[in-house]
Design a protein around this ligand. Structure first.
Ligand SMILES: [Zn+2]
Length: 230
């Protein structure tokens, strides 16, 4: 077996308590074993969790499919979302749509909304806010859009937008946000805890934020490709 850090051959060094062969690297002076019994230590586990969570699997589903505990799934989701780097957008004079969808979360009953902004042309998600939808909650999201010096910002008639977006940029109307309404359907289909009329929901805003940001910007994590399934 080759060392996992230095890629040079290791020597055999007795056995683990589980009966597996232990190896020792003379260069970095560490003991290691070839494969682990507990499935959460598999090196492809994060990519598998990412693929499942963005393809309509909930935390309990992933735990059953990958045979790891759901607390591990949750902590891996949080760890992955901390590593995400939001892309920097260098674009000016673009058109944006902002809208919100309702999310069922135990910590904020009847008052949790996923509000996000997309570029009308490129369909890229610029920023997201998860929580209440008052003016002071949406302030940061709207400011990030205004920093890009937009040509127009389209929203529905929710009162918070009127106070935050300057009048000459702002256009309101149900038919003006068609693109983002279509994007809502993607979210409702691909994220299990956002699907309507089911028993699926998140317990905390933190977990929901992790899942949604993985869906939007998880591609920035640059996972290695998975081995082929035989
Ligand atoms: Zn080594």
């Amino acid at each position: 077996m080759n060392c996992k850090k230095c890629q040079i051959p290791c020597i055999k060094n007795g056995f683990q308590n589980s009966g597996k062969q232990r190896y020792y690297c003379k260069l970095c002076k560490t003991s290691q074993q070839e494969s682990y019994t507990y499935k959460a230590y598999n090196k492809h586990i994060e990519k598998r969790i990412y693929l499942l969570v963005t393809n309509s699997c909930g935390i309990n589903d992933i735990s059953r499919i990958l045979k790891i505990s759901r607390h591990t799934v949750k902590s891996k989701l949080l760890l992955m979302s901390e590593r995400i780097k939001k892309p920097i957008f260098n674009e000016f004079a673009q058109k944006y749509e902002i809208d919100e969808i309702f999310a069922k979360v135990t910590a904020l009953p009847n008052n949790c909304w996923v509000t996000y902004a997309i570029n009308r042309e490129t369909k890229q998600v610029i920023d997201v806010n998860i929580g209440k939808r008052g003016a002071k909650d949406l302030d940061k999201l709207v400011n990030r859009i205004l920093l890009l010096k937009p040509k127009r910002v389209y929203t529905d008639k929710w009162k918070s937008y009127k106070t935050l977006i300057p009048n000459h940029l702002h256009r309101m109307g149900k038919t003006l946000t068609n693109n983002i309404e279509r994007y809502h359907l993607n979210l409702r289909t691909h994220i299990k805890c956002l699907s309507r009329k089911t028993i699926c929901y998140c317990k905390s805003v933190k977990t929901l934020t992790a899942i949604v940001s993985l869906y939007f910007w998880g591609y920035t994590l640059n996972f290695k490709t998975l081995p082929k399934v035989r």
